[in-house]
Design a binder for this molecule. Structure first.
Ligand SMILES: [Zn+2]
Length: 406
């Protein structure tokens, strides 16, 4: 048994504790409470005193593409989504396998540095994973699937994925499935992925309703994204009648538990379509990426009113300055100053854990949860502790995964 004490402990699922501690048995928290209380319960436990610090759960990044970490600053912001897609496709063609591995490794290091202990990573090159050392943080690798140019053998991919983790006990995390987006992935492939996700109990995520160009393409059958995809041979007969959200929902393309990334564009009727599904789907917002593309307001209040759980992600360095969830919370706050710091903290801890179907097992300090936690500079008073965490601008003092310094 190990005890970790700090001036303030923020369990998140229960009230803050002054002079608090966590007791760790192996890889999991055994108990969370006042230090004196835990000390008397576990008199022989080894004590690590983090001193004048705030101890809180490790952060969870709900959307990232580690493949593109090396593209930081490489694409000048133009506001045009289809221009960005063309440019990233050009850049991808210049990258070797070694470049991608370096990019993934650098991204994992940057996430860990800024206190992220779990990441939902979209992986477009899963075949490279055999060349990677075990990541230091918990990583969900979402196989990216699209069929705009070629057919994909989804069930083979899934079978390979399931074997991968069985053979690698030192890897923490798992596999998920990610049909890329409705403009690159056919409803047939979505439905096949949905079938696999349900059959094997794998998490499912997709980009949806990201840009005004995507809305224009589906709803009006026109615009720069429509023209670009038509020019590369996409069958555009599904465009001109429905919003992107209606397109996927009416095709029955999304499993229960689907993690929907971006959701920036709501068209006529979308709110009514989504309302009965607030308990089935969760939503990910990427604040810095949103600013990078100069998008209009994210419909946060609408989704909260409908009862959706919202998480934050960084997206990739091809549309962001870094992989730092503190920076994301601060950007979000500039646009939504009335959201309480505690709510913001839930968006990078408890909400993404629930989105993965693992609520209570990560993203909070409680008995039975994985012992993933970080420590940050102390601020006087517990209410100020939430504020201090959200406004934090320095890397955590300590990062622990499964009870071990990571
Ligand atoms: Zn993305």
């Amino acid at each position: 048994m190990n005890l970790h004490r700090a001036r303030i402990v923020l369990p998140l699922g229960s009230p803050p504790i002054e002079d608090g501690a966590v007791a760790i048995d192996g890889t999991n928290f055994a108990q969370v409470g006042g230090f004196d209380d835990l000390r008397s319960q576990f008199p022989v436990a080894e004590v690590t005193d983090h001193g004048e610090a705030i101890l809180l759960p490790g952060l969870i990044n709900a959307h990232c593409h580690l493949d593109f970490t090396s593209m930081r600053g490489a694409i000048l912001q133009s506001g045009s989504f289809s221009a960005w897609v063309r440019r990233i496709n050009d850049l991808k063609r210049t990258m070797t396998d070694a470049d991608y591995i370096a990019s993934i490794t650098a991204g994992l290091g940057e996430l860990r540095k800024w206190g992220t202990t779990t990441v939902l990573n979209i992986e477009s090159l899963p075949e490279l994973m055999v060349q990677l050392p075990p990541p230091r943080i918990r990583t969900w690798w979402f196989y990216e699937l699209l069929d705009i140019r070629s057919r994909i053998h989804t069930e083979d991919v899934v079978a390979g994925a399931l074997a991968f983790f069985e053979e690698r006990p030192s890897w923490h995390g798992g596999f998920g499935l990610s049909p890329h987006a409705p403009y690159t992935t056919s409803p047939d492939l979505y439905k096949l992925v949905r079938f696999c996700a349900e059959k094997y109990g794998m998490p499912f995520t997709t980009h949806l309703a990201e840009s005004d160009e995507e809305m224009q393409m589906f709803a009006e059958g026109s615009g720069p994204l429509f023209d670009f995809l038509k020019s590369i041979g996409r069958d555009m007969s599904d465009c001109g009648a429905k919003t992107p959200i209606r397109h996927l929902l009416e095709a029955d393309a999304l499993p229960r538990g689907a993690i929907l990334v971006h959701m920036n564009q709501l068209g006529p009727g979308d709110e009514e379509l989504l309302a009965p599904r607030a308990g089935s789907f969760s939503i990910v917002h990427c604040p810095n990426c949103h600013e990078y593309f100069q998008r209009g307001p994210f419909p946060y209040e609408t989704f909260r009113r409908l009862g959706f759980r919202i998480s934050l992600g960084t997206d990739s360095c091809a549309s962001n300055r870094g992989l730092n969830l503190f920076d994301e919370m601060q950007t979000f706050r500039r646009h939504f100053p009335n959201v309480a710091p505690k709510e913001l903290l839930d968006m990078v801890t408890r909400h993404p854990a629930s989105a993965l179907g693992l609520g209570g097992r990560f993203g909070e300090l409680r008995a039975g949860a994985r012992a993933d936690f970080i420590t940050l500079p102390f601020a006087e008073g517990v209410e100020n502790a939430f504020e201090a965490v959200v406004e934090n601008r320095t890397p955590p003092y300590a990062v622990y995964l499964n009870g071990q310094s990571a």
